[in-house]
Design a binder for this molecule. Structure first.
Ligand code: MV4
Length: 511
């Protein structure tokens, strides 16, 4: 087993990985940007290194520098968490070349799943059901003739896309070619690859995903499903495990399909197969996420399996410590993602100091968070500040606990999505567990008061505008604070690079 692991991430997931390491007797190395000097993940680590200024491109996304820190600190492995390097095949390749273990699948596996056309071809061969459509990169003319063949509505998707990026729904003939043109240019500018494919549009689908774990000895199991249909503009808001109204037969079929998908690419580590499930309980492979996901915790709650520890073990070459027959579902778990966003103002980011932080606790509650009272939320990174995860013996108890926990959870100084969650968990459609991916647009007015996203471009544009507005607010406030600090302490600043390449802290715990 590794003696020391570098965690190439920040926030709650970095803390989550360090907790797994501490239980396993593994020392942890944090990396941090200048604005994260006092962040929770830095305090949690045994040692921590500054790797650059706040923008991720200049710190958390500097692969060479992070690998250099790993070598200097003597870490044998790097855990990428989610986001950042978690699905960048080139970084996994670089780790392999430099003799550092990447805790995750091989770079080639990430690339084969990252390219959706390749993934669809692989799944077809593995006899995993895919959404009806093409498995080739198509010219405009081919798209036109294929759409005519299968009939509208269709989804035009970018092969390099995923997670809703570079995707267009076409319902009428007259929109087809203009949608194709826009999808192509969007794909070109976003991914540098304008390859498109076509799928039949699945009406009112549910998003059901299967967690898998695989070792390097050919063993692979699934940890059942999560239902993630409550999303706002392709951001998950609430997830639950197991899914609603998933029969044991459907669960077994989807689980077997996910395991077949993983085996088809010699997968090693933790991964997730996303499926669309239609009204007739037919399911279709959408994409595979080759990382640990935000919502992994609800699966941990219903299976008792520590997914993060298991991914570290299999990365070190150990065998999976259980077989499929050992795994059972116990109870029900729900996660509500607490974002630093203002639900009453179109979910604009709400950076600032967390003046009061009192997370929910008590029976059946788990809060995974990257913040603490007095911490600052900046505009530089993902706005998720905490995951509220509940467990109950059945869905009804889990919902009761979620409602109780939401009423306990206090965050002051910034706006959060907590009030939005309160509304969701009191909605009869949620309480009945009879929702699909249209839930927020149909029942919550696309968020509160906010119009439903008309297109991905509009949604992306409003995110950019919201981000800029929040950045301006934060900039003004920080300038004011700096001025106050300078006047009280007689000086400001110093060399932000003074800690780079040097051991900054040796603490070994949050204390
Ligand atoms: C679809 C679809 C309907 N039909 N593909 C959105 C994110 C990306 N991973 C795939 N997405 C969808 N693909 C076909 N052929 C509907 C969606 C979709 C969706 C999927 C999962 C969760 C929420 C969603 C919200 C809107 C659209």
């Amino acid at each position: 087993m590794f003696k020391k692991v570098l965690v190439a991430n920040r926030g709650e997931i970095a803390v989550r990985v360090m907790r797994a390491c501490r239980e396993m007797g593994i020392k942890t190395v944090a990396v941090f940007s200048d604005v994260d000097r006092d962040a929770l993940h830095v305090r949690f680590a045994d040692e921590a290194y500054c790797i650059g200024p706040p923008p991720a491109r200049e710190s958390y996304l500097l692969g060479d520098r992070i690998i250099a820190v790993a070598k200097q600190a003597g870490a044998e492995a790097i855990h990428p968490g989610y986001g950042f390097f978690s699905e960048r095949g080139e970084f996994a390749d670089l780790c392999a070349k430099e003799g550092v273990t990447f805790i995750g699948p091989a770079g080639s596996v990430m690339r084969s799943m990252g390219d959706k056309v390749t993934a669809r071809q692989t799944m077809e061969k593995a006899r995993v059901p895919i959404v009806p459509g093409t498995t080739e990169r198509l010219s405009d003319e081919e798209i036109q003739s294929f759409a005519a063949k299968i009939g509208l509505p269709v989804m035009i998707k970018a092969s390099a896309g995923g997670g809703g990026k570079g995707m267009r729904l076409v319902r009428t003939d007259k929109d087809l070619m203009s949608s194709v043109a826009r999808a192509r240019s969007e794909a070109k500018s976003s991914f540098g690859d304008d390859s498109l494919y076509v799928e039949k549009f699945v009406e009112e689908p549910r998003h059901i995903e299967i967690q898998i774990l695989a070792d390097s000895h050919g063993n692979c199991v699934h940890l059942f499903e999560r239902e993630c249909s409550i999303q706002r503009r392709h951001q998950k808001v609430i997830e639950e495990a197991p899914g609603n109204r998933i029969s044991p037969e459907l669960r077994a079929k989807m689980g077997a399909a996910a395991v077949a998908a993983a085996k088809a690419v010699d997968y090693v580590g933790a991964g997730t197969c996303e499926f669309l499930v239609d009204k007739n309980d037919e399911f279709f492979f959408l994409e595979m996420n080759t990382r640990v996901q935000v919502e992994h915790a609800i699966t941990e709650m219903i299976t008792g399996v520590d997914i993060v520890k298991t991914m570290i073990r299999v990365a070190a070459g150990e065998k999976l410590p259980f077989e499929q027959k050992d795994l059972v579902i116990s109870g029900h778990s729900i996660e509500a993602r607490v974002y630093a966003e203002d639900p009453d103002n179109n979910f604009v980011p709400s950076p600032g100091e967390i003046v009061v932080y009192r997370p929910a606790a008590g029976p059946g509650i788990r809060v995974d968070s990257g913040v603490f009272q007095g911490a600052r939320v900046t505009v530089f990174y993902d706005p998720m500040v905490a995951k509220l995860v509940v467990w109950g013996r059945d869905r009804s108890e889990a919902v009761d606990r979620l409602r109780r926990a939401l009423s306990e959870f206090v965050v002051k100084g910034i706006k959060t999505s907590l009030p939005f969650h309160q509304k969701v968990v009191n909605h009869p459609v949620f309480l009945a567990g009879k929702y699909d991916t249209g839930f927020i647009d149909q029942h919550m007015a696309g968020g509160k008061g906010g119009k439903a996203a008309t297109s991905e471009e509009d949604a992306a544009e409003s995110r950019r505008v919201a981000f800029m507005m929040a950045a301006i607010v934060a900039f003004k406030r920080d300038k004011q604070r700096a001025a106050v600090a300078a006047s009280t302490h007689g000086k400001s600043g110093g060399d932000p690079w003074k800690d780079f390449g040097r051991r900054a802290q040796m603490r070994g715990g949050w204390r």
